[in-house]
Design a protein around this ligand. Structure first.
Ligand SMILES: [Fe+2]
Ligand SMILES: [Fe+2]
Length: 135
């Protein structure tokens, strides 16, 4: 069973943003699968790197939209993104040196962060952008 199941609860109403969120959900589920099917560390590292790369790309997409529409929550929202990238980058560095392993705790952190961020922050942004006619 996948760690995260997509539902309308996660939809922001902006098609491209939803498509990118679905891809992030898929990558987190892939990393979880790599963990519980006992894939080797190298394979886990490949999926982790894909997840981080796509996350950075996705945050860039949202931040450019926020800037384009001069969104009222831009500073706080961008800070939430930066903090998350810092945490996962730190984790990746430690993972590469062998100091930490991908664990159920990490997977729960990724799941809770992504779903919480989408529901609390991205959805509100989506609602504001919808008022500008974006969909
Ligand atoms: Fe997002
Ligand atoms: Fe966001």
């Amino acid at each position: 069973m996948p760690l995260i199941t997509w539902s309308h609860m996660l939809s922001t109403g902006i098609a491209e943003q939803d498509a990118q969120h679905r891809k992030l959900v898929e990558l987190i589920n892939q990393l979880d699968e790599a963990l519980y099917t006992g894939q080797d560390k190298e394979m886990q590292g490949v999926v982790l790197a894909q997840l981080i790369d796509y996350t950075v790309y996705h945050f860039g997409y949202e931040e450019s939209l926020m800037n384009q529409y001069d969104d009222e929550d831009t500073a706080r929202h961008t800070a939430e993104h930066s903090k998350f990238v810092q945490v996962v980058d730190d984790f990746q560095r430690q993972f590469e040196t062998g100091a930490v392993l991908i664990s159920t705790d990490l997977m729960h952190f990724l799941r809770d962060w992504l779903t919480g961020h989408i529901m609390k922050t991205d959805k509100k942004m989506g609602q504001r952008l919808a008022q500008h006619g974006l969909h």
